[in-house]
Every structure is written in C-alpha cells, then in structure tokens.
Ligand binder design. Structure first.
Ligand code: COA
Length: 185
C-alpha cells in the first residue's frame, strides 16, 4: 500500500488497479451524486476504462505528489471515499476536492482530510494557492470550504453538463486560500 498521508483518524493512500469496485459503489449512491450528476450513478465501465486509468496516470504525471487518493478509516480500514489535489495549468495552483460515502458523512472527515491536504500542499509541495468549486446549493461542501478558511472569490456559471442538476439555476461558488492566508490562520 502506498500511503500518501495520515491524519488522526484517516489514511490517504494511492488507488490501485484493484479498486474499481470501491469507486463504482461510491458513485452509485444517489445521495453522493446529488450535486454532481443529479443522482445518476457513474457507469461501471466508465470507472474501469476512464476514471481509474486516469487516476493511476496522475500518479506518474505528478510524481505521486498530487492526484486523487483513497481515504480509509484507521480504525478498521473501511474505505470512506476520496480526496483530490489536482493542478490545472500551473503546479502551484491546485484544486481541492472530496467525495465521501454517505456512511462517513457528519464526522468531520472531509474537514480533517482537507486540512491535511492543505498542510501538505503549502508545506511540502510548493503550492501557492488552493481553490475549490461547488454548486451554490451544496451547503455541506461549502461549509467544509468555510471551515478550512477558504474565501468565496467568485460566483461561477453552471457547466452545461450540470444544468439538469437540482439547484443549478443558482450557479456555483469558487473558494480559494493562499499560502499566506493559510499561514496566518
Ligand atoms: C460534502 C461532504 C464532502 C461533506 O463531508 P463531511 O465529512 O460530512 O463534512 P464535515 O463533517 O467535515 O463537515 C464540515 C462542516 O459542514 C457541515 N456539513 C456537512 N454536511 C452538511 C450538509 N449536508 N448540510 C449542511 N452542513 C453540512 C458540518 O456540520 C460541519 O460543520 P460544523 O463542524 O460546524 O458542524 C460529503 O457530504 C460528501 O461527500 N457529499 C457528496 C459528494 C459531494 O457533494 N462532494 C463535494 C462536491 S464539490
């Protein structure tokens, strides 16, 4: 197992070729997918043929420092979902994201995993700014960003492929935190 980081209660590790079923199960819960696809599950073949190969390719591309990582409870080892730190154009500006199984909600895990990712990004990876985006109506995700000390910087339009998602008429929000802001917290 290739461990990426550990928090008090979680281990974040690299995904492997054997993990397709974990991702398929995660994306098959309508509650998890509510503000992503309107509740529609990701097709298993999409996970096997596109998502997982892309995740694994990301470890090569970014040398294991950035990418999408599986989160497990230290106590018992249950898979609880994933976290992502992903650059778009520049390596020093990265996106933070999270998708957790319903059974893991409400325990502070999204905040705990994200705090550790911010620390890693700013202390070890030379990142200057971390950003995250979510739908305006995704209160859970917005609350995580707020708890992390991220600032709402922009209201963004709903991407065309998400126009049928509940609440899409309210658009989305972009939040950011710079290394300087993080250090001053
Ligand atoms: C959004 C999500 C990551 C939150 O995970 P979580 O581990 O339950 O979040 P935390 O426990 O760290 O909660 C952080 C804060 O947000 C609040 N919160 C969490 N979910 C909430 C919700 N649905 N509505 C309102 N507040 C919520 C918590 O109460 C907590 O605030 P508090 O400490 O003041 O009580 C999780 O619900 C999830 O994976 N959802 C499905 C996928 C998704 O929407 N991902 C984000 C896409 S941008």
């Amino acid at each position: 197992m290739h461990i990426y980081l550990e928090t008090e209660r979680l281990t974040l590790r690299r995904f492997t070729t054997d993990d397709a079923d974990l991702l398929i199960e995660l994306d098959s819960d309508p509650a998890v997918m509510r503000y992503l696809t309107g509740g529609v599950a990701t097709a298993p073949e999409t996970v096997r043929e596109r998502y997982l190969p892309n995740i694994l390719a990301g470890y090569e591309k970014w040398g294991g420092g950035l990418g999408l990582f599986a989160a497990e409870e230290k106590d018992g080892g249950a898979f609880i979902g994933w976290f992502i730190l992903r650059p778009e154009d520049r390596l020093d500006e990265v996106e933070l994201g999270y998708r957790l199984r319903r059974a893991a909600w409400g325990k502070g895990y999204a905040t705990e995993g994200s705090e550790a990712l911010l620390a890693k990004a700013f202390r070890e990876l030379g990142v200057r700014m971390v950003w995250a985006e979510t739908m305006t109506v995704n209160q859970g995700s917005r609350n995580v960003m707020k708890k992390l000390g991220m600032t709402h910087t922009e209201t963004i339009p709903t991407p065309p492929d998400m126009e049928r998602v509940e609440g899409s008429e309210h658009g989305g929000v972009r939040c950011e935190i710079t290394k300087e802001q993080w250090e001053q917290r």
